[in-house]
Write a protein that binds this ligand. Structure first.
Ligand code: ISL
Length: 565
């Protein structure tokens, strides 16, 4: 049976607010995307994932939706979106929308109605009375001790109805009650509307939070924390598979061959295998997070330490092995929530940035799964380099800074942590040219343009065969041309090596050998421990030329060989 189309596809993520501004208001918009679609199509990608463009108060930059059926004027109009869908299709690109249905905005009419206890929408959200024996609205009266991902309690007291509502993210993002069949029916109807408009699938925001465990009870509190982050109470809940299969059936996700990727906080291999098994009408793939916390120094997300390469290699290998027979991997380093990989896992110095960006891409794209390219990653864009809290815009960063400083943390230390791991790092405007504001806007950008835009911009790269952009185009072509990239069995070699990342992909007696130096120094290649290279064919190298000595890898050099086993 032919493999599903998405197993040899590559997805490009656009975070509209930072992609391209067409009207000079300093914020990216749909017409800006239309104007730059050839840049995306030129990579050879297959799918466009659009982060939310729905009406929103923008408390969480659009992940707080107040109208699922309309485009926020900040980004344009429904007509602009229709034009973008048509323009994408005309270039052979599928367009996937971001589905954010674990929660809405508190300004959504559903929630506004739900605030009235007599409303028939009361049960569309998760309302609870104050903890027994406590005065409503006073500290400690929250129904459970759960924490919000964005700081503080996950419960907000609503004076009007004298009860609390659950919000796992900001207090302006109340969680929907997925136990209510009317909520599910409304979500599926909305999804069918977008499919009817030409949308080709969905990226599903924190979709493994929609089934909570009831009754909701206190969780364990880690030392030094005041609230509980015992995620087991809210992730991978008892009805999650039931809801996903119902969504699939009601929207026709499998029937219409629509693309689905579920973002799943704290998902493990076993759950991911169940959610992406081809034996059931569920999801094509999921985003996992394990590899995204390997450079976190302890329980505090914003405490950074350089990743230990064997840990990173082993985690990706764990997922390769775990989903080798059943299920499917997504493959990503970057997105709008993660710091830029070239700064995080590579070396973003002027000397090594290009090579490390190419090599990180090579390693990721030659694993088995569907790769995701985040806007600017194909240019080797780096972390933002923000040094003042006034320049940050992300609610997660701003809340964290305020809470940490209120606890007595040194603001300079907090800013150092944010500089490494804040989501703002990925949200600086895409750099199109070396002109004013990097060609992103004629106005004042909503978030400062990265100061290195004169060295890192699309105009300098799209026609340069030695650029990061050109390297991504070659990698994507390899995936389309070679079945072994899609299907080859993965094997990690030299797992304990702290400098080299070496693995094979095998299909019968044919295959690939990928060798990569993940350091800024020269490293010898232990060829005696590798498949025979005598008659290997060099398919791709990060260097502008073939290596002088095959047994030596230059700093951040990677090579892909065709080998026989
Ligand atoms: O891991 C996180 C919590 O500290 C965040 O990076 C992020 O909130 C989490 O990965 C879930 O992300 C998704 O849902 C959020 C939204 O803020 C993110 O932008 C979205 O990708 C709430 O909708």
């Amino acid at each position: 049976m032919d493999a599903p189309w998405w197993k040899s596809a590559v997805v490009y993520q656009i975070y509209p607010r930072s992609f391209a501004d067409s009207n000079g208001d300093g914020v990216g918009d749909l017409r800006g995307i239309i104007d730059h679609l050839d840049h995306v199509a030129g990579l050879g990608v297959d799918v466009l994932w659009l982060s939310p463009v729905y009406r929103s108060p923008m408390d969480d930059m659009g992940y707080d939706i107040s109208d699922y059926d309309d485009v926020d004027p900040l980004f344009g109009t429904l007509a602009d979106l229709d034009e973008l869908i048509a323009a994408a299709h005309a270039r052979g690109l599928k367009l996937v929308m971001d589905l954010v249905v674990n929660h809405t905005s508190d300004e959504h009419p559903w929630f506004e109605e739900s605030r009235d206890p007599a409303s028939d929408k009361r049960d569309w959200y998760l309302w609870r009375p104050a903890r027994a024996g406590h005065e409503p609205g006073t500290p400690g009266a929250e129904p459970t001790n759960w924490g919000s991902f964005f700081g503080g309690s996950a419960w907000q007291f609503d004076e009007r109805s004298g009860e609390y509502y659950l919000h796992l993210f900001s207090r302006k993002q109340p969680d929907l009650n997925w136990e209510n069949p009317d909520v599910r029916a409304a979500v599926y109807a909305m999804m069918r509307g977008w499919v009817a408009r030409g949308v080709d699938g969905f990226r599903m925001d924190v979709i493994n939070l929609i089934s909570k465990t009831y009754p909701m009870t206190d969780g364990a509190v880690e030392p030094g924390q005041s609230v509980s982050f015992e995620l087991e109470k809210v992730v991978n809940g008892p009805r999650l598979i039931e809801f996903i299969e119902e969504m699939n059936r009601e929207v026709g996700l499998s029937e219409k061959h629509l693309f689905t990727v579920g973002e799943m906080v704290a998902v493990d291999v076993a759950h991911a295998r169940a959610y992406t098994s081809a034996r059931h009408p569920r999801l094509n793939m999921v985003f996992t997070f394990e590899h995204m916390s390997l450079d976190q120094d302890g329980p505090d997300k914003f405490r950074y330490r350089r990743v230990h390469l064997p840990d990173l290699k082993r985690n990706l290998a764990l997922w390769q092995d775990g989903l080798a027979e059943e299920g499917w991997n997504s493959l990503y380093w970057d997105n709008h929530d993660q710091p830029r990989a070239v700064s995080r896992f590579g070396d973003d110095s002027p000397e090594h940035r290009v090579a490390s960006a190419k090599t990180l891409a090579t390693v990721l794209h030659l694993h088995r799964g569907t790769p995701f390219v985040y806007q600017g990653e194909e240019l080797g864009m780096t972390n933002a380099g923000l040094t003042r809290i006034e320049d940050y815009r992300d609610i997660e960063a701003l809340n964290y800074y305020a809470e940490a400083v209120a606890r007595g943390a040194d603001p300079a230390d907090v800013l150092t942590g944010l500089g490494h791991r804040s989501r703002d790092n990925a949200r600086t405007p895409v750099c199109w040219t070396d002109g004013p504001n990097a060609g992103f806007t004629t106005g004042t950008p909503w978030l400062p343009v990265n100061g290195n835009y004169r060295e890192i911009n699309a105009a300098d790269q799209v026609d340069d065969p030695a650029s990061v952009y050109a390297h991504y185009r070659r990698l994507i072509a390899l995936r389309h041309d070679l079945e072994v990239v899609r299907e080859g069995r993965f094997e990690l070699l030299l797992p304990d090596d702290e400098r080299l990342w070496v693995f094979t992909r095998r299909l019968g007696s044919e295959g690939l050998l990928v060798v990569a130096n993940l350091t800024s120094g020269v490293v010898g290649l232990p060829v005696a421990e590798l498949p025979n290279l005598d008659d290997a064919g060099l398919l791709l190298t990060s260097l502008p030329r073939a290596a002088d000595d095959p047994q030596i890898l230059e700093p951040w050099e990677s090579r892909v060989y065709a080998v026989r086993f």
